[in-house]
Design a protein around this ligand. Structure first.
Ligand SMILES: Cc1cc2nc3c(=O)[nH]c(=O)nc-3n(C[C@H](O)[C@H](O)[C@H](O)COP(=O)(O)OP(=O)(O)OC[C@H]3O[C@@H](n4cnc5c(N)ncnc54)[C@H](O)[C@@H]3O)c2cc1C
Length: 384
């Protein structure tokens, strides 16, 4: 299934496809693997830089930031081509999709050159410090405190983050901090770029539900961490706008990732029992809803529907296989998974791992319950 043919989009797709044929690293070149979401092996740094320089990294960006001012439909064709070939454009997804994107929207000219461009060129990697032990869905409840030390033109930061993907391998953290404890909770937040080698920053990676040694999550502790005032992103106390912008950046296309996973599940399904028909219908429904969104026919808020439906459809189908396969599913490798030779880890995942990893979709970036609240209040107009 494809979007209606548009010559400008098809031409763009063909050009990118030819570029991939000419430049894609071979299976032999594409080792070692990335160990976390901010660990980019040397070959993958070269690959990301090649894309940046050719304007194929994030095509919607202007050329100086690795793009070619592409339209939304062209952007979609770009992601579709990457996914068809099972490759990533970057192994630091938060760095590229959230942190660099936030800096390009809210940062100063210096911040764009000093931080965003090196992240886009894979010279440094970045992690996202939003969530805290008491602030996940209720992000505005965050308590990590930054006090402005006017005399020395710096902030002093104290507090803790959690679930910070890849922090132990990242060079810098985009950190959400409370700068005005007396303001209403959405109004006293600011955003700081904190280099991870700053004195007083301690990162403790911990295992995931998939494996004890699957180290991506981190707790990050800040004790009297001095951060230069020039590292403030956006205006003081107006971090909530950055938070909404940061989270919004990738949401529009998130559904495409779920559609890919559903396509993989269709290929891999070990049997074709009743639930398989639901899976076939789910992927078609998701793509049709997504295409309507992409064509600008539906309000922005409906991306919540796509996120909820896509992530839960993946989870439901994985659970069916898990139940059907029983103990076998602990071992049995799936035959496809996203981005095989660029990510062998996922390629050889068991059905069990595939199921537990599906919770990344239903929790991260706003849980299913939060999406249901948004749908109820803002799409259906139900009372709060
Ligand atoms: C794979 C993965 C990667 C992540 N990476 C990062 C990262 O890099 N940086 C970062 O900052 N964070 C990251 N997170 C954290 C993520 O943003 C939070 O897990 C998410 O916001 C939920 O917050 P929480 O875990 O504190 O759960 P809570 O907010 O405590 O929620 C617990 C339960 O209560 C429900 N609930 C909460 N509020 C409501 C409500 N109002 N109505 C109904 N139900 C409600 C939730 O749906 C959930 O079931 C990551 C999470 C995952 C799973």
């Amino acid at each position: 299934m494809r979007l209606a043919d548009d010559p400008a989009v098809e031409e763009f797709r063909e050009e990118f496809s030819a570029f991939l044929d000419a430049h894609l690293p071979s299976e032999a070149e594409a080792t070692p693997r990335a160990k976390s979401s901010a660990d980019i092996p040397e070959w993958a740094r070269r690959w990301q830089r090649t894309l940046f320089e050719a304007g194929w990294l994030l095509p919607a960006n202007p050329p100086e930031y690795g793009g070619r001012n592409a339209t939304l439909q062209q952007q979609f064709a770009h992601l579709e081509e990457l996914s068809r070939r099972r490759i990533y454009h970057s192994f630091n997804p938060q760095g590229l999709g959230i942190i660099a994107a936030s800096l390009l929207s809210f940062g100063t000219a210096e911040q764009k050159q000093r931080w965003a461009v090196p992240i886009l060129r894979a010279e440094i990697t970045a992690a996202l410090g939003m969530s805290e032990p008491g602030a996940g869905s209720d992000l505005a409840g965050l308590r990590t405190r930054a006090v402005l030390d006017e005399a020395n033109d710096r902030f002093i930061v104290n507090g803790q983050k959690v679930w910070t993907s890849g922090a132990h391998d990242a060079d810098v953290l985009l950190t959400f901090v409370r700068t005005d404890p007396d303001a209403p909770k959405h109004k006293g937040i600011s955003v700081l770029l904190i280099p991870t080698d700053t004195e007083g920053v301690v990162r403790r990676p911990f295992g995931s539900i998939a494996a004890e040694d699957d180290l991506d999550f981190n707790e990050v502790f800040f004790t009297d961490v001095a951060v230069p005032r020039e590292n403030l992103v956006g205006p003081l106390h107006e971090g909530w706008k950055v938070a909404n912008g940061s989270l919004g950046h990738e949401r529009t296309m998130l559904w495409l990732g779920y559609a890919e996973r559903l396509d993989d599940l269709i290929k891999d399904a070990p049997s074709k029992q009743e639930w398989f028909a639901t899976l076939l219908m789910d992927v078609q429904a998701l793509k049709l809803l997504g295409y309507r969104q992409l064509a600008g026919q539906r309000p922005e808020v409906e991306v919540s529907l796509l996120k909820l439906f896509g992530s839960e459809a993946v989870q439901a189908a994985s659970l069916h296989v898990l139940e059907e396969q029983g103990a076998e599913s602990l071992m049995h490798p799936t035959t496809t998974a996203p981005f095989n030779h660029m990510n062998n880890e996922n390629f050889s995942a068991s059905w069990f791992e595939r199921y537990v990893r599906s919770f990344a979709g239903t929790i991260a970036g706003g849980t299913s319950e939060i999406q249901r609240n948004i749908i109820a209040e803002r799409i259906l107009g139900l009372p709060r």
